[in-house]
Structure formats: structure tokens, C-alpha cells
Design a protein around this ligand. Structure first.
Ligand SMILES: Nc1nc2c(ncn2[C@@H]2O[C@H](COP(=O)(O)OP(=O)(O)O)[C@@H](O)[C@H]2O)c(=O)[nH]1
Ligand SMILES: [Mg+2]
Length: 345
């Protein structure tokens, strides 16, 4: 079983307070790979001890800094140990280790690509609010990554470490995984997906719906101005990311990063109009600018519309919640999102 991959692969698991499930996940993964690394940053239960008992190597981080930081430490360790790629999994039982061989197979076929597990086909198993936020995130992350990414929020993935080394990771918590997809795609990397089961049920999550969705949205929005400025000014340049670019330099200071995000979120509607004007004027003067958008063949209009609809999402969700207090169930948001955040690729 363990000779499935010619490349050197290990499994990495960010784990926080998952003592009930970590043993099964580690033992399951060890059926298919030689080495499993678990990063535990300050769990209050005995996650680390149980992971060790199950046969994992454990990276203990003193202070709780979130899933993204744990992942970044795991990447570093895997690079130090000479692995070519890592398979990341959640430690709470949401990912079935029996899917690992399929990830390894997909990785062998495309060793340079990121392979992401996708649960979007199993809509009925995903909480409705979570599915809707995944749908909207998918629209914008696919735009930034210059390709369709079916499920942008699943943590069951294969990361080629060569690709990871070519990017500077600046975000934490649940934003890191979106940051990786955007940067990988926007520097010309490929992102493939394989379908996996969506396991939700009674599993407890540390994901804070409002705060973490806001953090992910703010980063995605803040990525676009510099990308589109580059694309608008440089002909035939759809892939704009390189390590240490201006966006990375802004993110090097957390306060500056937060301020920049706030500014771009506030300016996103006028900025979209500015880029729309540039796109339209550019089509007269320079047909090869905004290469990633032109390739889509939809003009800038659907993107501009989708951006303008973002505030309405908040309004509709608030109305739905309010009506819910009076016992009236509304489901307007699902159709709204389907209409304005279409699959353009
Ligand atoms: N090391 C570490 N792992 C975390 C942290 N937060 C979440 N995780 C792990 O990341 C995985 C996914 O987190 P979870 O809260 O279940 O998010 P969800 O599945 O997206 O709702 C699980 O294995 C968690 O234990 C954290 O602060 N530190
Ligand atoms: Mg989970």
C-alpha cells in the first residue's frame, strides 16, 4: 500500500482540540504514507498525546495561532525533511483517509498541480449558509486564480512543495488556504479537484461564520486592485503573482495589511467601475490587456455586476434572518447567488 507514490509524500494535519478523532485519522493516513505530521498549537485537550500514540510526529506550537499558521509550519517542516509534496487533512474526522490513494494518484498524474478535494457536488450534506459562502468565494477565487476552482474551502489537498516555496504566505487562520489557491493560480500553477464526500453532521468547527468569512472576503477583495492594475497596464499578462510582489510587501506588516484591506473593501465598487472603464477603453487601444478577463469572453460586465451585488447579499441575509425570527422561512439568497455568481469558466 505504502509504495503508491514515487514522489516523497507525507500527510500533514493541523489539529486543535480534536482528541476524539485524531487517532483514527492518523492511523488511517499511516496506511498509505510513511509519515504523518500533526501540528498542535495549544490544544486544551490531549490532541498531541493521542496523535503521538497513533504514530504521528507532532509539532507542538506554544500559542494558538490558527489553522493557517499551523499549516505554514507543517510546510516548513516537510520541506526541511526533503518531501516533494504534502497531503493536508483535517483532524476532526471530516476527511476520510480512505480517499488518500485517489489524491496520490491524481498527484502522480499532475505532480506540479495542487489537488483539492471537492464537496460541491454534495450540496445537500453541507449547511446552507456555508454552501452559499463557498459558492461566492469560488466565483472570486476562480477569477483571481485564472481558472475554475470547484471547491475553494476544502482542506483535503495535495500541495507540491516546489509551488509552495515560490510563494510568500502572509495570511493566517482560515484565509491561508484561499491565499494559496489565488497565488498558485495567479502565477500560472494548475489546480485540479477530485470529488470527495462532505462529512458535516455533529462535527464541531472552530470556523467563526461571520469573522472568518469576513477575513476571507477581505483578503480576496484586497488581492484584485493590484492584479487588475497589472493586467490593465501590461499586455498579455494573466498571471500576475510573484513572490514578494507589492501585495506581499503590504502584507508584511499586519496593521498595514488590515488598513489596506479596509481601504480596498470600501473602495471596491468605485474601483470595479474604474477597471470596467479601463477595460472598455483598453479594448480600443490595446486588445491584449486584462488577459485573464478577455480569455473568459464575458467582458468585464458580469464581474462588475457580481461585485456590485456583494452589499445586497448582506441585506438579503439580514432580511432572511429577521423574517426567521417571526417564523417565516425565506430562501431568496440561494437563487440570488446562483444568478449573480455564475460559472464563467
Ligand atoms: N493547529 C491548529 N489547527 C486548527 C486550528 N483551527 C482549526 N484547526 C484544525 O483545522 C481543521 C479544520 O478546522 P475546523 O475548525 O474543523 O474548520 P472547518 O472544517 O472548515 O469547519 C481541523 O483539523 C482543526 O483541528 C488552530 O487554531 N490550530
Ligand atoms: Mg471541520
Amino acid at each position: 500500500m505504502k509504495t503508491l507514490s514515487a514522489n516523497k509524500l507525507c500527510v500533514v494535519i493541523p489539529a486543535y482540540n480534536v482528541s476524539d478523532t485524531i487517532e483514527d485519522v492518523v492511523q488511517g493516513a499511516l496506511q498509505f504514507v510513511e509519515k504523518v505530521w500533526v501540528a498542535d498549537d495549544g490544544s486544551e485537550d490531549n490532541t498531541a498525546e493521542r496523535a503521538l500514540k497513533a504514530g504521528a510526529a507532532v509539532l507542538r506550537l506554544e500559542k494558538n495561532r490558527g489553522k493557517g499558521t499551523a499549516l505554514r509550519h507543517l510546510f516548513e517542516r516537510a520541506i526541511q525533511e526533503g518531501f516533494d509534496a504534502v497531503i493536508s487533512m483535517d483532524g476532526d474526522g471530516q476527511h476520510d483517509p480512505l480517499d488518500i490513494p485517489e489524491f496520490i494518484e491524481a498527484h502522480q498524474k499532475n505532480p506540479k498541480a495542487i489537488i483539492v478535494g471537492s464537496r460541491m457536488h454534495a450540496r445537500e450534506n453541507i449547511p446552507r449558509a456555508r454552501y452559499n459562502s463557498m459558492h461566492v468565494a469560488r466565483f472570486f477565487i476562480s477569477l483571481a486564480a485564472n481558472q475554475f476552482v470547484e471547491d475553494t474551502q476544502c482542506g483535503f489537498r495535495v500541495y507540491p512543495l516546489q509551488l509552495i516555496r515560490r510563494m510568500c504566505l502572509t495570511q493566517g487562520r482560515y484565509v491561508t488556504e484561499s491565499e494559496i489557491l489565488i497565488k498558485a493560480g495567479d502565477m500560472g500553477g494548475r489546480i485540479h479537484f477530485i470529488r470527495i464526500g462532505a462529512i458535516y453532521g455533529a462535527i464541531r468547527s472552530h470556523f467563526r461564520p461571520i469573522l472568518d468569512v469576513t477575513a476571507i472576503t477581505a483578503y480576496i477583495i484586497s488581492y484584485f486592485p493590484l492584479k487588475y492594475l497589472t493586467e490593465g497596464l501590461c499586455a498579455n499578462r494573466p498571471d500576475t503573482y510573484y513572490k514578494g510582489n507589492l501585495r506581499d510587501r503590504i502584507a508584511a506588516h499586519p496593521l498595514r495589511d488590515a488598513y489596506y484591506k479596509l481601504m480596498t473593501v470600501l473602495a471596491i465598487i468605485p474601483l470595479t467601475l474604474f477597471f470596467l472603464a479601463m477595460f472598455t477603453a483598453g479594448s480600443v487601444r490595446m486588445k491584449s490587456n486584462f488577459a485573464s478577463i478577455r480569455r473568459l469572453g464575458y467582458g468585464f460586465y458580469k464581474i462588475s455586476l457580481a461585485t456590485h451585488m456583494l452589499p445586497f447579499i448582506l441585506v438579503i441575509i439580514s432580511c432572511e434572518k429577521l423574517m426567521g425570527l417571526f417564523g417565516i422561512e425565506m430562501r431568496v439568497i440561494d437563487d440570488f447567488i446562483n444568478k449573480f455568481y455564475p460559472h464563467l469558466w
